[in-house]
Design a protein around this ligand. Structure first.
Ligand code: SF4
Ligand code: SF4
Length: 447
């Protein structure tokens, strides 16, 4: 007796996926273009994580029966799954289809907005060595062009995942950027930025709250109509009220624990979580008192040793009206990951790496599986990183002297600085180790 599509759908709806798959395949062996069998097999592939198969099967189904109501919703499911898993280039055509079906679907609209190449990003960039042009993609970090300006060239803490601690012997200038230099930099940014209103981050490897003239600097950015963000460990109370009154667009508070006896003292070495907690309450009080609507969010770094403190931190954020985001802690900078891969890590490095949820080498492998194609690195095409002394770094993920561009931001045009980035040898090393911030792409399918 031949299997019917009804039997297959019944098994599918009952969650008997293996049985449903067998039945759909049997139908397709007799009728290779059966749209429902193709579509539903594609949906099974999607939930099983076989994204390439899902795309192929549902694509064939829609080619056969584009208006079949049974297939409505498949484009949305595929588009959102690909988007969530970072495959933005592959997600875009599916999200376009889903948006055409239902323009009011806000989840689809948001995902589609982040899956299109922003207007300021050219689709390709020539390789200065004459090789294949670099392909661009919708950036993951921010759709807007970003300037990361380290107004403070040092930090009050010594987190072992950060070069401030794990590359402390690096001969790197420490100090504060003067307000005059900052004004010149921000004016040059206004003149030559690829977008009229870029995002400005007042941090990279430094603690911006240490700058005594932080409010003035925030004001200079806001006067020029740009968004300004801070990231702080919040182990500083001095200047907090004035910083709040300057009303930056966002303040990120980086945390890795909530208890005095827990992991925080090691992972935010030199910090005191009791001061952070009291400052979080003070921050809420000051925002309300001065009627400031700055978005505050806590970025919680997950380690093997602090997972049980994450929920309590989330609850504290809910109480204070702050956003909460958690992410596995990451070992920085790129140079140190290369040291790790090449067996040059110190005992101190290995101790902190042992606390990470996933070993950096494993992360590299996991990310590597998702990367296909000659894609550019968004840290160079959508971002410029400026050190406290006005010099320019290759990118925000590097720290050491050989990874600097050897130029002052005020002395060269945007185009000249870009050219230096694209001819810098360290990017080749970074790509070779699979550490560049490039795009996730489904692997090419056999013809
Ligand atoms: S608080 Fe931030 S900048 Fe300071 S040492 Fe820790 S990670 Fe580095
Ligand atoms: S390829 Fe590596 S070194 Fe070059 S910009 Fe990207 S992250 Fe930085």
């Amino acid at each position: 007796m031949q299997n019917s599509i009804g039997q297959a759908i019944a098994a599918h709806h009952a969650g008997r996926l293996q049985e449903a798959e067998t039945l759909y395949r049997s139908i397709l062996s007799r009728e290779p273009s059966h749209p429902i069998a193709l579509n539903n097999l594609g949906m099974i592939a999607l939930v099983s994580g076989h994204l390439g198969d899902a795309v192929d099967l549902v694509g064939k189904a829609l080619a056969v029966a584009p208006a079949d109501p049974e297939l409505a919703g498949s484009a949305r499911a595929i588009g959102l799954t690909l988007f969530t898993q970072g495959f933005r280039i592959d997600a875009a055509p599916w999200l376009e289809k889903a948006a055409a079906q239902n323009p009011a679907d806000q989840d689809v609209a948001n995902a589609l907005g982040r899956s299109r190449l922003p207007a300021h990003v050219a689709a390709e960039h020539p390789d200065p060595d004459g090789g294949t042009p670099w392909l661009r993609y919708p950036p993951y970090e921010s759709p807007n062009y970003t300037y990361s300006i380290d107004i403070v060239g040092t930090c009050n803490l010594r987190c072992p995942t950060c070069p401030v601690a794990n590359m402390r012997d690096e001969p790197r200038a420490k100090g504060l950027m003067s307000v005059d230099m900052f004004r010149d930099i921000i004016d040059k940014i206004r003149r030559e930025s690829p977008v009229p209103s870029p995002d400005v981050w007042l941090f990279n490897w430094g603690e911006p709250m240490l700058h005594p003239e932080l409010p003035k600097i925030v004001g200079l950015v806001k006067e020029r109509g740009m968004t300004v963000s801070l990231s702080t460990n919040l182990n500083i109370r001095r200047g907090l009220e004035e910083a709040v009154k300057s009303a930056p667009d966002s303040i990120k508070v980086s945390m890795s624990g909530l208890s005095h006896t827990g992991t925080y003292a090691q992972t935010h070495a030199g910090g005191d979580i009791r001061l952070v907690k009291s400052n979080l309450y003070l921050l809420r009080y000051l925002l309300d008192r001065h009627r400031v609507s700055t978005r505050v969010w806590v970025g919680f770094h997950l380690y093997k040793t602090n997972l049980e403190e994450a929920a309590a931190t989330r609850a504290l954020c809910a109480e204070l009206g702050f956003d909460y985001h958690e992410n596995p802690a990451v070992f920085h900078p790129v140079e140190k990951v290369i040291d790790l891969v090449e067996g040059r890590a110190t005992a101190e490095d290995l101790a902190i790496v042992d606390r990470l949820l996933t070993h950096p080498v494993q992360i590299r492998e996991q990310v590597g599986i998702k990367r296909h194609g000659h894609y550019d690195c968004e840290l160079r095409f959508n971002m410029t990183t400026i050190n406290h002394d006005g010099t320019v770094a290759l990118c925000c993920a590097t720290y050491s002297a050989p990874t600097q561009l050897g130029v002052n931001f005020l002395d060269e045009s945007h185009g000249q600085i870009e050219a230096r980035k694209y001819s810098h040898d360290f990017c080749k090393t970074c790509y070779r180790y699979g550490l560049a911030y490039s795009a996730a792409k489904l692997p090419p399918r056999p013809a």
